[in-house]
Design a protein around this ligand. Sequence first.
Ligand SMILES: *[C@@H]1O[C@H](CO)[C@@H](O)[C@H](O)[C@H]1NC(C)=O
Ligand SMILES: *[C@@H]1O[C@H](CO)[C@@H](O)[C@H](O)[C@H]1NC(C)=O
Length: 731
Amino acid sequence: MLSSIALPLLALASTAFAAAGDGDWTVAYAKATTALAKLTQANKISLVTGTGWEKGPCVGNTASISTIGYPALCLQDGPLGVRYAQQVTAFPAGITVGSTWDTSLLYERGYALGSESKALGIHVQLGPVGGPLGKIPAAGRNWEGFSNDPYLSGVAMASTINGMQAAGVQACAKHLIGNEQEKERDTINSVIDDRVNHELYLWPFAESVKANVTSVMCSYNKFGGSWACESEALLTSLLKNELDFQGYVLSDWAAQHTTAGSANAGLDMAMPGDNFGDNNFLWGTALQNAVSSGQVAQSRLNDMAKRILAAWYFVGQDVDYPTVIGWTSWNGGYGGPDVQSDHKNVARSVARDGIVLLKNTNNALPLKNPASLAIIGQDAIVNPAGPNACTDRSCDIGTLAMGWGSGTADFPYLIAPLDAIKTQAALDGTAIITSTTDTAASGASAASSAATAIVFINADSGEGYITVEGAAGDRLNLDPWHNGNALVTAVANVGKPTIVVIHSVGPLILETIVALPSVVAIVWAGLPGQESGNALVDVLYGSTSPSGKLPYTIAKTTGDYGTAFQSGQDNYAEDLYIDYRHFDKSAITPRYEFGFGLSYTTFSYSALTISALSTSPGSSATIPGGISNLYDVVATATATITNNGTVAGSEVSQLYIGLPSSAPTSPVRQLRGFSKLALAVGQKKTATFAIRRKDLSYWDVTAKKWTLPSGSFKISVGASSRDLRLTGTLS
Ligand SMILES: *[C@@H]1O[C@H](CO)[C@@H](O)[C@H](O)[C@H]1NC(C)=O
Ligand SMILES: *[C@@H]1O[C@H](CO)[C@@H](O)[C@H](O)[C@H]1NC(C)=O
């Protein structure tokens, strides 16, 4: 099994992960320029225009160009595994790897994802997800991303992209930008203040560009009145000019609306080419005509082509890259090679280390050879019709291990909680009583015949093209599905110690459950992928202490979040104040705060050190990610973390900053560093937080630049956003 190697956050700022190819844009562009000179106009058009929906083995395809050895490009979903393929790994979803706060695991999962794609001949894997960021807790696709905190999301994007591209596949940071809800996603106009955009929504994409992501997908919605895939302000001014993005922008599937408008705004590749098989191509011949007539400059077409070629060279796909052989997306994905290797170990490690222990009264967990256990709820078993019975996981039957939509993969197998618990119970001689429906009465009956009850509940969501149990992507509320509160209440009222395990796409209101005296433990198991049960048993029985922390806030009531679905136009009126930034500003006490999670051991924090703020101006050159000096480490903080409990465990310590009063009104505190350290009993280690200029700056809307405010910064280091153990100042 993989050990959790503690990789200090320093890595983000200072360690360059080599891409598989040259990993050098200058070299890649030199090759692209040479190749471009050999292309006909028709070649260039085919390079930038998808062949049309289902016209090729992958969800997106372009034609090959033999004169330069360029392949039929294969673009494939998705962010947690290869969609429409068999014998691939179904990894935990983004939100669960986000809750590990473990940059090594993020990288390893990215590397494994990329390796599987490469082995299948896929050139571009459509992930990871930095938008939706998740400002609305019930939004359908939040689980595809990592966290609604831009810093955590940004680190996760960069680590994942580094892993994917080191394995040889082109990563695709998506969806740029303002696709924060499934409701009206094809029409809604997202109007985002420039500061809010830079400090929240654009941040994970800036970190992706800094990590040399080779492609970016623009979203379906409008951005400031223009379609996101036709917004010059977004694609050219922000992404390509300000962030110096070197790769290419591809459209979300059929998110393109015009021929010249999209080209002139900065779109580089039209996907899937036509509008889902209508054979109506906005580029192709139409683009060729637009260039001939001067509506689109030849230089713009050349730039599109060069960007696509440079990305291909950058990751080394011009040398010995596999081709798609034997499988197609349109036959269930059968016939390809088995590409799983030993990736189930990464999947299990992520699922295990992403589990967040929310409550554990009197050390009810870990389980210690219980005489009998009642396992209750449909979420404990695999869907009796099979884990892949519902297309794109479009049902909530059986244990929940991923949401629904295009961001799914077929399970090669799914270890349900009950399967893994039975294996452990056989070793321990524990009697297992089951009630694998969500019926309250039978759950209570099972609980009455056992010493301890474990109740499984869940909440699902997904992409809006599928409606599940009345939810058109977005959730209808923040309650557990299938009357989960009633099931837990009935079981707890039997009076046995009751452990609640929750698989969820995002926050739930847990007040009913928390108030039940018999509920001694709450285990937040996220969306764990194929190794669900094994990872859960690792934690329930204590072979590993839980070490996940919430990547979002769990509120006491839905209204506490201060965000809501909008219609027509969304003005992002919540400003900078989403999730914990809002709870802090409005002094609302959450049930479980951002960054919270218990362990089976305890940690003490001591010896905070904070360096002086560097006065070196650094380089003002523009590099991928923006102005170079934004990414300079300008201060370092350290703290000593000691395992002062009785078992081994890992602690995620978190650094929050508060801007000085010279800055415009800003959040009370913002996450700007974290460190996950594995600690034996009695062991202490130093958590090191490398603070970059950007981490201390605000976006000045008048000057249109990041500005480092003068004065002293508040620094807090703690076990969550509200359990701040050490404080100091930086100046
Ligand atoms: C991005 O690519 C440049 C070369 O063009 C390289 O110097 C830099 O280290 C890379 N950054 C990362 C994070 O890999
Ligand atoms: C461990 O440290 C924490 C935080 O300082 C403290 O509250 C707790 O009492 C300590 N535990 C032990 C066993 O010393």
